[in-house]
Design a protein around this ligand. Structure first.
Ligand code: SF4
Length: 275
């Protein structure tokens, strides 16, 4: 006899959910419960049992980290590069294109412009999508912090990669063109661009498979246990709102501890490719 099929609709997930789950599944779950409460107007409990045993690290396995390019300095755009998509909900994005090279795709200019992937039940908005020569599309995510190198690089680069893979998939699903890579641009707004740079992350078959497996894992996890570590909790928004009983550190803002900005840079890591 055939086993009964699970006919529940896919849990809606976003690139932000992936990144949050990779930090801490409970952080993602608290975010989901808050969104659901706002949507329904009723209070919604997180599914995490109160007596859950905290985890020591994320249960999600790492995305592939091969051939990532870390490039300090300005992102050079070519004369044929054109802006075809912008998240209009973000008001602090840099102006990278003159008006004559802004040709937004009209499919995404009415309404919120969210890119949907019906197959994976996944949706989100990259900051920008750039059309480069020969029909290449590249999503770009902007971060106002400086390009982080050295001590925090190994940790932070994983999150860049999670976001890059997710946004490449959304562009592929919404535009019908598979991006070869994504860019994470660090604008170093606080340092007047002195330590700006970008990370170029390839979108490979291995990355696409990783994404499918990660979405399956999140949907199957009905515990969403906390990972109370200082570096997670110090930048965790639900912690900032006093909603996590497992927090291991006081909330210190979205970009982690102020000390990060004073971290020494490691010249040996500049401009190299992560293999
Ligand atoms: S405060 Fe820490 S343990 Fe709690 S949800 Fe946030 S990251 Fe997870």
């Amino acid at each position: 006899m055939l086993a009964p099929q699970d006919l529940r609709p896919l849990e809606h997930l976003t690139p932000h959910d992936l990144v949050a789950y990779f930090h801490c599944p409970h952080e993602m779950e608290l975010g989901r419960a808050a969104r659901e409460a706002r949507r329904s107007g009723a209070s919604v409990d997180a599914c995490t049992p109160p007596g859950v045993v905290p985890l020591r690290h994320s249960p999600m396995f790492s995305p592939p980290l091969h051939d990532i390019e870390v490039v300090p300095g300005r992102l050079d755009l070519g004369p044929e590069d054109v802006l075809v998509y912008e998240d209009d909900g973000e008001d602090d994005l840099p102006v990278l294109f003159p008006p004559e090279r802004v040709r937004k795709d009209p499919r995404f200019t009415s309404g919120p412009g969210t890119l949907h992937d019906a197959e994976l039940g996944f949706a989100g908005r990259p900051d920008l999508v750039i059309a480069r020569p020969h029909g290449t599309l590249v999503p770009l995510e902007y971060k106002s912090t400086h390009l982080f190198l050295g001590y925090h690089e190994a940790h932070g680069r994983i999150f860049d990669t999670v976001q890059a893979i997710a946004e490449c998939r959304l562009v592929e699903a919404a535009f019908g063109v598979r991006p070869p890579y994504a860019l994470i641009l660090y604008g170093d707004r606080g340092g007047d661009g002195e330590r700006e740079g970008f990370v170029k992350i390839p979108y490979t078959d291995a990355g696409a498979h990783w994404l499918r497996a990660a979405l399956l894992q999140i949907r199957a996890d009905r515990t969403r246990a906390p990972v109370p570590m200082e570096r997670n909790c110090a930048g965790c928004e639900p912690n900032g709102e006093g909603r996590c009983p497992f927090a291991a550190a006081r909330y210190e803002g979205p970009h982690h501890r102020p000390g990060w900005h004073a971290m020494p840079r490691e010249p040996a890591l500049l401009g190299r490719t992560v293999k």
